[in-house]
Design a protein around this ligand. Structure first.
Ligand SMILES: [Zn+2]
Length: 129
């Protein structure tokens, strides 16, 4: 299957995940705020790799909706996007893949996929203290 088509399929499938991920983020951030005695969650940092299958905008959309009435209401989600990188088999350099190509930008060798770009995690939670 064409890689680009596959990506689109994965992205479509993942649209359902964003709702439950938004719920998880709110639960984690709210627990953290309560434990710390804070009244409000101000800012939430997310790291999302472009190949993680998660769409930041959808998470933000669900988050805004679900967080109403919680300590997370009005919190800002700051998203750090990570571009996928390939690793060259010849010179071991990490490089960003160009469309329709796996060629190393340095030596022209063939790159293979790495885990860079598949990240998905909560980086930080800022609360009102
Ligand atoms: Zn190379």
């Amino acid at each position: 299957m064409n890689i680009q088509l596959l990506q689109v399929a994965v992205l479509r499938m993942s649209l359902m995940h964003e709702y439950s991920v938004a719920c998880d983020i709110i639960r984690i951030a709210e627990n953290y705020a309560k434990e710390s005695g804070a009244l409000k969650v101000l800012n939430i940092g997310l790291v999302i790799g472009d190949y993680s299958g998660f769409i930041g905008e959808s998470i933000q959309m669900y988050f805004d909706e679900i967080s109403m009435g919680t300590l997370c209401e009005g919190a800002i989600i700051s998203i750090k996007h990570i571009s996928p990188k390939l690793k060259c088999r010849q010179c071991y350099k990490l490089f960003k893949r160009q469309p329709f190509s796996f060629a190393c930008s340095e030596c022209g060798g063939t790159g293979e996929p790495t885990n860079i770009g598949k990240e998905f995690f909560l980086e930080y939670i800022e609360i009102d203290s």
